[in-house]
Design a binder for this molecule. Structure first.
Ligand SMILES: [Ca+2]
Ligand SMILES: [Ca+2]
Length: 223
């Protein structure tokens, strides 16, 4: 910022300040220059003051609208469930965090889980929204999609998706059976699984004498 000033007895000093923060003394008097001024996103009122040799002050202001473009979605994470997790209750509460810190610092305007607004889903500036949302699961596979939007004019979004498998009760035999179907036919008559520190043997023809055939043991999954 630069300009001119004049006075009947002479100028002693030119100073400036930004109402959003920052101030300084300009170089020169009749022809002055402020040097670099740091602007903040949004409106900045810059005021220049000229003081004459008698201590009288004249001032002039201008408003600068500093527009920053945010094209970056916020950071988003689901903190209490992982992809593919198996649960035995159909009512869960999904927890997570969203923040626009270092991604525009425009805050969080919303977090939606499968289209439903979460609780605690807003934040200002670089703050963190610790959101939560109860979800009712269907039997079997459930897709959980979380969309967080920042509070910039663009409402930039980020998305995370996980699958949660709900089964009303876990039967190790049921769980294991799908793996058994992938086994070589010769081995389907017997199979073994370890679940919750217990060994389950499925089928009636499991004998130690079959040990030499266990070259196919990579098809046996430990749950
Ligand atoms: Ca004067
Ligand atoms: Ca952003």
């Amino acid at each position: 910022m630069s300009g001119t000033s004049s006075d009947n007895i002479g100028i002693s000093v030119i100073t400036w300040f930004n109402d959003r923060g920052g101030n300084g003394t300009a170089n020169g008097t009749n022809n002055w220059a402020s040097g670099q001024i740091t602007l903040f996103s949004g409106l900045n009122v810059l005021t220049v003051m000229a003081e004459d040799l008698a201590g009288n002050v004249g001032r002039s202001s201008l408003t600068v609208n500093y527009i920053t473009t945010d094209n970056t979605g916020p950071n988003l994470s689901i903190t209490n469930f992982s992809d593919g997790q198996i649960v035995t209750t159909n009512l869960i509460t999904v927890l997570g965090m969203a923040s626009d810190a270092n991604r525009g610092d425009n805050g969080i305007s919303s977090v939606e889980i499968n289209g439903l607004r979460a609780s605690g889903d807003t934040a200002n500036g670089s703050g963190i929204a610790n959101w939560s949302c109860p979800i009712i699961l269907n039997q079997g596979s459930n897709n959980i999609t979380v969309v967080a939007r920042d509070n910039s004019p663009n409402l930039n979004s980020s998305q995370q998706s996980i699958t949660i498998n709900y089964t009303s009760s876990i039967s190790p035999i049921d769980l294991f059976w799908q793996y058994k179907a992938n086994m070589p036919i010769a081995r389907r008559s017997s199979a073994i699984a370890v679940y919750n520190n217990q060994i389950y043997v499925i089928g009636g023809d499991y004998r130690i004498s079959h040990y030499s055939s266990f070259t196919h043991s990579s098809n046996i999954s430990v749950l």
